[in-house]
Design a protein around this ligand. Structure first.
Ligand code: ADE
Length: 250
């Protein structure tokens, strides 16, 4: 997968995307990350990329010209490189639709992403229209800029590219992949500061362990993120657990 990032702070990349799973994926050529300095696409000698908002108000707005020029230059470079499918353009903004595992999966199926880091008070609305950009938010809070959001999106998407995470099963079992939070995990020692690991995990009884984990995942989700339960595809066993948990705890 090819990922191009457009930012006014190219120096912050790759940052955390240069280490661990994603760092290795890049070394192995599974993920090709390129970073573009938006100011290089400004047409004035001060390398300006923003302007005051029409209608007045606080803050600056990212101007359309440099952003559109940057994305068009990336597209042209990629087409010249023999890539035919048009890239998905993602614009980071708190006004966007929320990043979810499902959205990460959809983006991961695309061979080429262009991630535009929003800044200032916003981006000229026509950029979204002209580039047919998908506006994505990483959560209901405001960051000063889109660089961290871009890193979060890239990390969530790139680890779904086949081969990036060695154990495909672990990706499939991640929190949210099945629509639920993950079960609790333990490692040695068996007793830590007087707290013992749940007996069943030491039993070697695989079926009992699987059932315990399924149940604990449901318990956690019900307690912390009941909104997820309504959306999750629960099998008969999970539905039975849920009834039991609700009757007992409720
Ligand atoms: N830029 C500022 N805040 C953001 C958020 N929550 N998500 C995506 N981009 C942002």
């Amino acid at each position: 997968m090819r990922i191009d990032v457009v930012t006014i702070f190219p120096g912050v990349f790759p940052g955390p995307l240069g280490v661990g799973t994603l760092g290795r994926a890049r070394e192995r050529g599974l993920v090709d990350l390129a970073v573009w300095d938006l100011r290089e696409f400004s047409s004035d000698r001060h390398r300006t990329v923003d302007d005051i908002p029409y209608g007045g108000g606080a803050g600056m707005v990212m101007a359309p010209e440099p952003l559109v020029r940057a994305v068009e230059a990336i597209r042209a470079a990629r087409t010249a490189g023999g890539h035919s499918e048009s890239p998905a353009v993602v614009l980071t903004t708190p006004q966007g639709e929320r990043l979810t595992q499902a959205r990460a999966r959809t983006l991961a199926a695309r061979p080429h992403l262009i991630v535009v880091c929003g800044r200032y008070e916003g981006v000229d609305e026509r950029v979204v229209e002209v580039l047919e950009a998908e506006e994505v938010s990483i959560g209901d809070y405001v960051l000063s800029g889109g660089e961290l959001a871009a890193m979060v999106i890239i990390e969530a998407v790139a680890r779904l590219v086949p081969g990036v995470v060695g154990d495909a099963e672990s990706v499939a079992r991640d929190s949210f992949s099945e629509g639920l939070l993950d079960h609790p995990s333990y490692t040695r020692p068996a007793v830590f500061r007087g707290r013992a690991v749940p007996e069943v995990l030491l039993s070697g009884h695989h079926e009992a362990i699987r059932r315990w984990r399924a149940r604990e995942a449901l318990r956690r989700t019900l307690l912390r993120r009941p909104d997820l339960i309504d959306e999750a595809a629960l099998d008969a066993e999970a539905r039975a657990f849920l009834t039991e948990l609700r009757n007992r705890d409720g």
